[in-house]
Design a protein around this ligand. Structure first.
Ligand SMILES: *Cc1c(COP(=O)(O)O)cnc(C)c1O
Length: 382
């Protein structure tokens, strides 16, 4: 028997309550029963997004919501900045190019965050730039981007700040209205504790006004059409009914825990894991880490691809390794969504044992012990 643990930053584990909600028989989507669930979920999404705007629910993975932002809010030939500090930034560039936008790509060295002042200079120098495409967390490098600072720069300009918050929304606070984020995007399989399959997107008044003027062709991802349907608590096409049942349960669970406590839990787990990896001598890959996950370099003598595979196939613990230039060099430990203190103990314990198997000298328990010295703060004994 081998017990499996999913410790990857997406998809993340799904709690039993949500699994059970999704196991209900399928009801027809053009019924008051479904509309009640859909409408309640849509209302709760405003709390997650920290916005008064409608949050559109799309039956697609997160990338579909990214594509919908581009096709609804930018015309062919319009100029945008794409911040490319990793695989997901690169995806923004590819989507924008696929729809014939003119992309000013800002390449960032992997592991670094973008400098808001550099973006400000580019906007000052080129008034044709109409959008900035960026991630809240660049998941491939575990970097948290300075969204608040960028929003302060774009707020007073004729520029839309488009944030892929797929590994940010629900991980840490991104109050889109307060900060002035124009487009915020999320996906179901990260902090929301759900299976993959739903994308979410909210637009500011400025972004909706822009969408009114955009002529780009689109069909499935027509956000104005979806917004109109949302007013009637329905969708333009058949929604993923089971996932919407799960969504309402997920948002109910998040509200029960409360958002401030969710953010604090993610911070504590990050702090605990990092105490553990420090104690094991594993260096972090960035000085600007996200609360969603911890990325560390593996010892040079360890083949990271084989290491992650052995953890998955022999220990039953699934982590994400590195991509592209970091393939085989790093490991990413997730702590967003349905994760608690003891999951971090499993993460560190399995890494200690695997390091030993790969010939690296380990003081068994050193990482786990250092983490426990932090993680116990998560428990209150009255
Ligand atoms: C996981 C992730 C995505 C995923 O997109 P999918 O289409 O759902 O695979 C996009 N952006 C970021 C930053 C992510 O972390």
């Amino acid at each position: 028997m081998k017990k499996n643990y999913l410790l990857s930053p997406g998809p993340t584990p799904v709690p039993e309550r949500i699994l059970l909600a999704m196991a209900q028989p399928i009801i027809h989507h053009r019924t008051p029963q479904f509309s009640a669930v859909f409408g309640a979920a849509a209302e709760k999404l405003k709390g997650l997004f920290h916005t008064k705007q409608d949050v559109i629910i799309l039956s697609s993975s997160g990338t579909g919501a990214m594509e919908s932002a581009v096709v609804n809010c930018f015309n062919k030939g319009e100029k945008v900045i794409s911040v490319n500090g990793g695989k997901f930034g690169e995806r923004w560039t590819k989507i924008a190019q696929a729809f014939d936008l003119v992309v000013d790509e800002v390449k960032i060295e992997w592991g670094n965050a973008v400098d808001p002042q550099d973006i400000k200079k580019r906007l000052d120098a080129d008034k044709d730039i109409k959008g900035i495409l960026i991630q809240a967390t660049e998941s491939s490098t575990t970097v948290k981007m300075p969204i608040k600072e960028l929003a302060a720069i774009t707020k007073e300009r004729d520029v839309l700040l488009v944030v892929d918050g797929i590994t940010g929304v629900g991980v840490f606070d991104i109050p889109m209205d307060d900060w002035g984020v124009d487009i915020l995007i999320c996906g179901s399989q990260k902090a929301m504790m759900m299976p993959p399959g739903l994308g979410f997107i909210a637009l500011s008044d400025k972004a909706w006004a822009k969408a009114d003027k955009v002529k780009n062709s689109k069909f499935y991802f027509d956000l104005k059409k979806e917004r109109k349907n949302l007013k009637d608590k329905t969708t333009a096409y058949t929604p993923a009914v089971s996932l919407v049942n799960g969504l309402l349960e997920a948002l109910t669970m998040m509200e029960e825990e409360t958002y401030p406590k969710i953010f604090a839990r993610h911070e504590l787990l990050a702090k605990g894991v990092r105490a553990g990896t420090d104690a094991l001598g594993l260096k972090m890959v960035t000085k600007s880490p996200t609360e969603a996950m911890t990325g560390v370099y593996l010892p040079e003598a360890v083949n990271g691809k084989k290491f992650v595979k052995a953890l998955r196939d022999n220990f039953g613990v699934t982590f994400a390794g590195g991509q592209d230039q970091w393939e085989g060099k790093i490991i990413r430990i997730a702590h967003l969504g349905y994760f608690g203190e003891f999951d971090m103990v499993i993460a560190l314990s399995s890494i200690e044992m695997a390091l030993h198997k790969f010939g690296h000298k380990v003081n068994f328990g050193a990482g786990v012990g250092a983490a426990e010295a932090v993680l116990h703060e998560g428990f209150e004994v009255k």
